[in-house]
Design a protein around this ligand. Sequence first.
Ligand code: NAD
Length: 395
Amino acid sequence: MNKLGWGIAGCGWVARDYVGPAMQASANGRIVALHDPDPASLQRAAALFGAPAHAGLDAFLATPGLQAVYVAAPNHVHRPLVEAAARAGLPVLCEKPMATTLADAKAMVDACAAAGVLYATAFYQRFHAAHRTLAAMVTEGRLGTVTAIRIVYACWLPADWAGDGASQDNWRIDPRRAGGGALMDLAPHGLDLSSYLLNEGLTDIAAIGQARVHRYGVEDGALLMARSRSGVMVQMHVAYNCPETLPRRRLEVVGTAGMAVATDTMGQTPGGTLDFIDAATGVTEPVPVPGADRSPFMSQVEAFADAVLGQGSFPFTGTHDLHVMDLVLRAQAQAKPPGPLLPIPPGEGRGEGALAADRGTGSADSARSLVGRDRAPRPPHPNPLPEGEGAGPRL
Ligand SMILES: NC(=O)c1ccc[n+]([C@@H]2O[C@H](COP(=O)([O-])OP(=O)(O)OC[C@H]3O[C@@H](n4cnc5c(N)ncnc54)[C@H](O)[C@@H]3O)[C@@H](O)[C@H]2O)c1
């Protein structure tokens, strides 16, 4: 079979540990070129994949046999890399989030359209075998009328986090390079996956964010809610502040005839479980998942390579990707309220607020604990809330 010649721009964690190996093992692709300005990343990937390695972008794009580029660099450089690939006439599979602004994301889609090459965002979770099975269950009506999707997708990301445990510059907590925190990083997957499962777009979106545990400049948690075109409610909790020993990857699709529960399917690895709870009996049964052991990244790169090689069409378009990006940015704008909230009345919650107010540590300070606010000095980690706020409502 004719194999697509892939080039990887950005040879860090996701490229090295997941997508590169999936390309090498795929039926219709192979890696022919690598690019990374960081010598250590480049050498490590070159040793792993045995492909020509270039610190310079132009030399990379001129590699003989290069037919498509996978962009896996920090979010703020997606745009220049995609535009350069498009100018070189090369189709691009670009990591999520597309970019840090909608203008950059649009420019990327426009550049690929002008060059007549395929652009796609790497929404690999829709290629996970359990999610494909779940989508078929929805289509076949096994869940009845779908009413809601509920997602928990969370991890633990301290300031010194690195994908492979090695020490490195953690760009994910830099708003300039990442564009945001847990919401920007994790919500694109759930939003794409929801529209894939429902086979329709999401229209309305709202969100709140928190900066609750980690002391860095992006949100470490967010709650999103959205509505699909036909009225399905989508709810999502994304977080960087969830210990990874806790349950943290769960997808529920609720319908009038039953509910599907996918556990540990949202993430880089294949596997996890898929169960169906019958609404008539309340009985839970496991759902067999064909191809359960297959890497979702492999299915993704094979679909992209098929499309480039003229063996099929790619299942979603840049217009879809822009829509998801728009939803992410709208949610992010809401998760960062523009100004201070009104003080919470004393006596709310357990009544401790009244005591705190009496002691002069009242709830006006609580308004500063959210992302995007004026960052007044905060109490020391790990208890960033003013004393006495307790479990009462803070928003
Ligand atoms: N789909 C997923 O499961 C998943 C998982 C992790 C990361 N990602 C996305 O992949 C991208 C990379 O994330 P990561 O965790 O691999 O990051 P990383 O920090 O481990 O690797 C990024 C690499 O890009 C390189 N780089 C920096 N500037 C560059 C430039 N101008 N041109 C080319 N390379 C450059 C860095 O030197 C580094 O080697 C991000 O957009 C991230 O959101 C997706």
